[in-house]
Design a protein around this ligand. Structure first.
Ligand code: GLV
Ligand code: MN
Ligand code: MN
Length: 420
């Protein structure tokens, strides 16, 4: 596909700054209606971002491959071409609707900048380095977060992935085919995963931890367990003017009561977060009583048993509020990710290499959380002065971004030198 975006030519004498790389993509996927960026996987802007990355990798002489799951791998190979024990970094380029500029792209641009930095210093790691770009990390188009890394590691059945549908009814199989991948080949790739010795994902911090600690970079300790559920309320579609209040079976009212109930229930559980951020009435007309309303629920808690119990309370409440309106409710799990603690040895290596960096946990999900079940993984978080994410207000100072690339380069050299 053609692209209007130019990737700068990097050379060993002129490493790219992260901010220069971020500027190359700042026009892609801007959302004039919501603000911020909307870059759903395999949409035009996300495909342009992928093209930009391929060009940026090629400009650096990295060997690029795109695997059967649509994951891009840009290899900085050893002179002998041996990729066993490879160290992986990178992140994602897709976004939530109306998201910030940094969630995902910061980890990709910082990885390119870290490679530039190491090369400008004449340093070559003893293992191959690959920069990965994972598709559908946010799950904002097909509903399941970290779909690329789940497919790679076998954490989702490829048949289920193929049949996931976006809001327009397009399946993931169809979207993959349109993006140039044969959907029959989606699925686990254990021999590829077995090549990797570690994954380090750099990411914008999505809360205020580093603002309060007044530092630019933190090392990740854990990811809060989280999941997504769809609650469908079914009632009777009808006319807004002719249907008396007493005669209605309005699923929108049931959904509204559940949303208020979820807030009440979650507030009684310390550490819990529960959100309904998406609601779809069918058919969705101002003068139409909906026949069905789908609400998507996101629940997170450090203790996976507590999450499960919380969801059961919400399921019960959904049935109760549905019955009050003469409706029915069905709650279905769409994805579930247990709480993940990152590899302790890898974290120790990073702490030794970056002694100033505090250790922070996160409530946000990442591909690093999926890969953690298969290889040592670690994360670096970069200060976000707004403390806000999944919103246009997400922000990173240029100097902090470059500090992050330097920290990633330091981490790469420390990890490749550490005994495995
Ligand atoms: C992704 O950023 C998530 O935490 O849902
Ligand atoms: Mn992210
Ligand atoms: Mn995100």
């Amino acid at each position: 596909m053609s692209t209007t975006t130019t990737a700068t030519t990097a050379n060993a004498a002129h490493p790219s700054s992260v901010s220069a790389l971020m500027r190359e993509i700042e026009h892609l996927g801007r959302d004039r209606t919501r603000g911020g960026y909307s870059r759903p996987v395999y949409s035009h802007p996300e495909l342009e971002l992928r093209e930009w990355f391929l060009a940026a990798a090629a400009a650096r002489g990295l060997d690029v491959e795109i695997d059967a799951n649509g994951i891009i791998w840009a290899w900085w190979d050893r002179p002998d071409g041996n990729r066993s024990g490879a160290l992986i970094t990178g992140s994602h380029l897709d976004s939530v609707p109306g998201g910030g500029a940094f969630d995902g792209p910061l980890g990709v641009t910082a990885a390119l900048a870290a490679v530039d930095l190491l090369r400008s210093e004449g340093r070559q790691p003893s293992v191959a380095i690959a920069i990965a770009v994972f598709p559908e990390e946010e799950g904002s188009r097909f509903g399941v977060a970290c779909l690329g890394s789940r497919l790679l590691t076998g954490a989702i059945d490829p048949d289920r992935a193929r049949s996931l549908r976006d809001a327009d009814g397009t399946t993931f199989a169809e979207a993959s085919a349109a993006a140039g991948f044969d959907p029959r080949h989606l699925g686990p790739d254990p021999s590829r995963v077995a090549q990797f010795s570690a994954f380090i994902e750099l990411h914008v911090e999505q809360g205020r931890g580093l603002v309060d600690l007044a530092g630019p970079v933190a090392i990740g300790s854990s990811i809060l367990g989280h999941g997504r559920w769809r609650v469908s309320f079914t009632g009777q579609g009808n006319h807004a003017g002719t249907t008396l209040m007493a005669d209605r079976r309005d699923p929108m009212v049931a959904a509204a009561r559940l949303i208020v109930g979820i807030e009440e229930i979650a507030r009684t559980v310390p550490g819990a977060r529960a959100t309904v951020g998406r609601l779809e009435p069918v058919p969705g007309g101002t003068n139409v009583i909906a026949s069905r309303v789908d609400a998507w629920l996101d629940v997170r808690h450090p203790d996976d048993d507590v999450t499960a119990a919380l969801v059961e309370r919400i399921r019960t409440r959904a049935s109760e509020v549905a019955a009050q309106q003469g409706c029915e409710a069905v709650l279905v799990e769409e994805s579930l990710s247990p709480t993940v603690s990152f590899d302790a040895n890898l974290r120790d290596t990073l702490q030794h290499a970056l002694p100033e960096a505090p250790v922070l946990d996160t409530g946000a999900g990442h591909d690093a959380g999926v890969l953690a079940a298969h290889l040592p993984t670690a994360m670096l978080f970069i200060r976000n002065p707004s403390g806000i994410s999944h919103s246009p207000e997400e922000y990173v100072e240029d100097a902090d971004a470059d500090h992050g690339a330097r920290a990633l380069a330091t981490a790469i050299m420390a990890v490749e030198a550490a005994p495995h």
